[in-house]
Ligand binder design. Structure first.
Ligand SMILES: [Ca+2]
Ligand SMILES: [Ca+2]
Ligand SMILES: [Ca+2]
Ligand SMILES: [Ca+2]
Length: 378
């Protein structure tokens, strides 16, 4: 009996050494066994052939939180991205108290990593500069590269992924992480919200609507390890880059979407599920603008200290007519260069019929963006 226990402990020690050796590069999912170690010392699997056990030599179940018995824990990020979208770096224009571009309230585009009213404080920890999405059989991973960390070398803020899983341009899921700090995957501070009653976006997807009545993402399905699936969503700081925040969300929690649109957020109090869509909840006058060219609305006011990225298409080839879609679509070819401007005729037309009559907007095909000039009061 004693020698059997010794042999089991020895085999488990070898397994743990192998796991430690492979753990940093694996893209697999960890399975935390909830029962005694298998009698033959074999490794439980999720079926993808790459999973590893984290069961200790004493048969104890590891926990990645405060007493929560986790079953499936993400490990690494897959090597091949599913999509990629850059974002404006407003550190380049912080001196003139303006966004570097990409701030268009009417179109739901925010680039406001500044304080309200004076815009004389720039927050690198609220300035998204790059976003990626990856996926495997179990997880959807979103990564947000920030310009930097705060003065205390931390991220005391909120970061989020928004997914539109029925492709109507209106968000269906919002995954929020508050104060991410660890390079280990954690559920602490992570919440998953759903717009179960389908009123996010109100009348017009992406575009602002007046007098919106939406209750936002009203249903919480996961709260820091509580919920039907205790492993629903995780956050960590990238072990390879202190400025990148990484999310992993279980596909099954989101209804196993084969196709979806996804974008990312950084902010403080405004990253509140009840306030979505933000450009429906606030008027342009209340929100202000981060672009000095919009003289009537500049500077930013109630909608400050926030940044979002454009929507990436995953699992399908976008037509270009999807609301909020990134203007420069980068296909799923690792290492491929940007493809240039691929805006659709619909998007170009939408630019010219900007609903705000105090601006005249036209499509600039060189910058691949909708450019608006103030033409007078309404
Ligand atoms: Ca940005
Ligand atoms: Ca939707
Ligand atoms: Ca709307
Ligand atoms: Ca709702």
């Amino acid at each position: 009996m004693k020698s059997t226990n010794f042999r089991t402990a020895f085999i488990m020690s070898i397994v743990i050494i192998v796991i430690m050796a492979c753990g940093t590069t694996s893209t697999a999912t960890e399975v935390a066994a909830t029962a005694e170690p298998l009698a033959n010392g074999s490794i439980p699997s999720t079926g993808d052939g790459e999973s590893v056990s984290t069961t200790g030599a004493d048969g104890s179940t590891p926990v990645a939180g405060t007493g929560i018995q986790h079953v499936v824990i993400p490990v690494g990020i897959p090597a091949d991205r599913s999509s990629h979208a850059g974002d404006h770096d407003s550190s380049t224009t912080a001196e003139i108290k303006q966004a570097a571009g990409g701030d268009r309230f009417t179109f739901g585009k925010f680039e406001r990593p500044f304080n309200a009213e004076t815009m004389d404080v720039y927050y690198p920890n609220l300035d998204i500069v790059d976003t990626f999405v990856f996926q495997d059989e179990t997880w959807i991973y979103g990564t947000i590269q920030m310009k930097g960390r705060d003065a205390n070398n931390a991220f005391p803020n909120k970061y989020a992924l928004e997914l539109d899983t029925d492709l109507d341009g209106k968000g269906d899921w919002l995954i929020i992480a508050s104060n991410p700090a660890s390079t280990e995957w954690k559920v602490e501070g992570v919440q998953v919200y759903q717009d179960a009653n389908k009123d996010v976006g109100n009348v017009t997807a992406v575009f602002s609507d007046e007098k919106a009545t939406s209750d936002g993402f009203e249903t919480i399905v996961f709260d820091q390890g509580s919920g039907e699936d205790v492993d629903s969503a995780w956050v960590r700081i990238s072990p390879n880059d202190p400025n990148t925040i990484e999310f992993s969300v279980k596909r099954s929690v989101l209804g196993n979407p084969a196709k979806y649109l996804i974008n990312m957020w950084a902010g403080n109090a405004l990253i509140d599920p009840s306030l979505f869509d933000i450009n429906d909840k606030f008027s342009h006058e209340q929100a202000g603008a981060a672009d000095g060219g919009l003289q009537v609305y500049y500077p930013i006011k109630a909608v400050a200290e926030i940044d979002n990225s454009c929507r990436m298409a995953v699992g399908f080839e976008p037509t270009g007519q999807e609301p909020g879609l990134c203007e420069v679509f980068i296909p799923n070819i690792p290492g491929s260069p940007p493809q240039g401007c691929t805006a659709s005729p619909t998007k170009i037309l939408a630019c010219s019929i900007n609903p705000d009559p105090s601006y005249s907007c036209s499509w600039n095909k060189n910058s691949c963006s909708c450019e608006c000039k103030y033409v007078g009061p309404k």
